[in-house]
Design a binder for this molecule. Structure first.
Ligand code: NAD
Length: 475
């Protein structure tokens, strides 16, 4: 039911042959699912050489032909969605329905980039003298190195793979060693669709060693990373040494502002469902809830009721609405958030502890009466703990929402058009959902500001991220 894990370099699947390995664990059971090979230094060298060769060939392929191969890969992913979703749920923990939605969205992302790559237009700027033609053109950046995390094993790699391929770049992906199977399946779709050898390469290893090796190479011209802020800063430093382009999609701590003129119960239903998606292990997960005083008790009651009704279990089982956390590090982190909240006077309305005696389950948790400077209100939770606090005025809540170094996503609920416009403008965030949580689609830019990173994935900006602008003056 799982998949054969292997590296993919220069069009060949590689495993065994004395390579170091590590076990991949099912977070619902704590048991091993498979054995993952690590790339040796020779493998990384081979991946760089393959990507350099692949880039020359792919860049010379027309956008029209690139698009045909990409669309075929998308169709294969759709055909195989059930298997890929099951592989992902087993290794990551999220419920099957969420995996299925992620895999099908990933196919849509490939299609969207395949089309957008055909529209990478340039422009002609009028010259100052007669007969001078000034052309602005777009060229693929070159070989891309991408590093992706364990919370969206299909979606994060596909954003980077599809963006690179649509622009005409080749790519080396180091997907998460904790959730490698979904990316192996994804790469198979491209290989089976006829992508030339070397254009897409997949490696695994000790993350710090792989990134240091790849980023030290002059072959790599761009890095795209999704993960934590400390690792993002480290990798941005390595990229700067070689003056390499970088896209950094890092952590967040998304404020939710519920104004008293919004329906508090409707807002609670919408945002609670979004909060506990993937057990809260989502970079745009709503994580700090500010509710205007008049609506506070109604919102808290409805939100807590939602949390209490969540059915915790193995994501492969029918009826489960929240799976385990992806790894034991998150369990320790949740306990530390809850203990700190309790010590600071917080009240646990539901949840607050681990669940069961196998796997990495933590109860959906709601906490109130916490001060703004406690751990859960200031550090990214990345788990199923929701702190809810009251506020009085617009200016006060904007100041509190903007007080952290994060700036990835934010949400607000109001029935006033004026307040909707004002809050959308006032929040320091890369994405703002007003009466909506639909802030991540293939067609729209996804990315943060402040310490949440820079650059966008998705939208026309997502393609631009893999292209250099060139100016040609022709007399
Ligand atoms: P971590 O900071 O060690 O790792 C985060 C990710 O970066 C992992 O996928 C890891 O394999 C990778 N990584 C770590 N060091 C690396 C390096 N030197 N070079 C290349 N890749 C490297 O922590 P973690 O325990 O895996 O996750 C904890 C925190 O990471 C979470 O609290 C959350 O803030 C953040 N995170 C964010 C996202 C996101 O979507 N932005 C995804 C996963 C984790």
């Amino acid at each position: 039911m799982y998949t054969d894990l292997a590296l993919f370099i220069d069009g060949k699947w590689l495993s065994g042959e004395g390579r170091t390995t590590e076990d991949v664990i099912n977070p619902a059971t704590g048991k091993a699912l498979g054995t993952l090979p690590h790339a040796s230094t020779a493998d990384l060298q081979a991946a760089l050489a393959a990507a350099e060769k692949g880039f020359a060939q792919w860049k010379a392929t027309s956008a029209y032909d690139r698009s045909k191969i990409m669309r075929k890969a998308a169709d294969l992913l759709r055909e195989r969605f059930d298997h890929v979703s099951k592989v992902q749920t087993q290794e990551q923990g999220k419920v099957y329905a969420e995996s299925r939605a992620e895999v099908l969205t990933s196919a849509d992302i490939i299609d969207w980039y395949a089309e957008e790559g055909r529209r990478a237009y340039g422009r002609i700027v009028p010259g100052r003298q007669k007969g001078v033609r000034q052309l602005v053109t777009q060229e693929p950046v070159g070989v891309v190195a991408a590093f992706t995390p364990w919370n969206f094993p299909t979606l994060t790699p596909i954003r980077k793979i599809a963006g690179s391929l649509a622009a005409g770049c080749s790519i080396i992906v180091k997907a998460s060693e904790e959730t490698p199977g979904a990316c192996v399946e994804l790469v198979k779709c491209f290989a089976d669709a006829g992508l030339p050898a070397g254009v897409l390469n997949l490696v695994f290893g000790v993350p710090a060693n792989v990134s240091e090796y790849l980023l030290a190479s002059p072959v790599v011209k761009k890095i795209s990373f999704t993960g934590s802020i400390p690792v993002g800063k480290h990798l941005a430093g390595l990229a700067a040494k070689g003056m390499k382009r970088a896209t950094m999609e890092l952590g967040g701590h998304s404020p939710v502002v519920v104004f008293a003129d919004a329906d508090p119960e409707k807002a609670a239903d919408t945002i609670a469902a979004f909060k506990y998606r993937n057990a809260g292990q989502v970079c745009i997960s709503p994580t700090r809830f500010y509710v205007q005083e008049d609506s506070y008790s109604k919102f808290v009651a409805r939100f807590t009721e939602y949390a209490k009704n969540i059915k915790l279990g193995d994501g492969m089982e029918k009826g489960t609405t929240m799976g385990p956390l992806a790894n034991p590090r998150r369990l320790d982190a949740m306990e530390s958030f809850v203990n700190d909240a309790k010590e600071r006077g917080g009240k646990i309305l539901t949840g607050g502890s681990r669940h069961g005696n196998q796997g990495f389950f933590f109860q959906p948790t709601v906490v109130t009466e916490v001060p703004d400077d406690c751990k859960i209100m200031t550090q990214e939770p990345f788990g199923p703990v929701a702190p809810i606090v009251p506020f009085k005025t617009f200016d006060e809540v904007v100041e509190r929402a903007n007080s952290l170094e994060f700036g990835l996503a934010a949400y607000a609920f109001t029935s006033s058009g004026a307040t909707a416009a004002a809050i959308g403008d006032a929040i320091q965030s890369g994405m703002v959902g007003v009466n909506s949580v639909a802030i991540s689609t293939p067609e729209t830019p996804f990315g943060g500001v402040k310490e949440s990173g820079y650059g966008s994935e998705g939208g026309i900006e997502g393609l631009q991220a893999y292209m250099n602008t060139k100016f040609i003056s022709q007399a």
